[in-house]
Design a protein around this ligand. Structure first.
Ligand SMILES: [Zn+2]
Length: 86
């Protein structure tokens, strides 16, 4: 009859060990997710602060053939009649 109690104790120990490890891994993963979110917010704030630099020219505003200024809605360059993108 004593063997059953030993088996129960071992089973309980294994059960609590598994439960403990599962709970700890869940807490760790939630902490990790929170850290990742913090890092992502930090990086997004950095990129938002440094994004949209005051570049004078966007791509598509200069003719790749002759370098003259063209409008983005123009299909052909007014200087060299090169077909523009779009
Ligand atoms: Zn041109």
């Amino acid at each position: 009859m004593g063997g059953i109690i030993v088996v129960w104790l071992i089973g309980l120990m294994v059960f609590f060990f598994i439960l403990h490890s599962v709970i700890r891994s869940a807490i760790d993963s939630s902490k990790l997710a929170a850290n990742i979110r913090e890092i992502r917010d930090f990086l997004q704030g950095q990129s938002a602060a440094s994004s949209a630099p005051p570049g004078p020219e966007k791509p598509g505003e200069t003719c790749p053939g002759c370098g003259s200024k063209v409008r983005q809605e123009d299909k052909y360059c007014s200087e060299c009649s090169l077909k523009l993108q779009g």
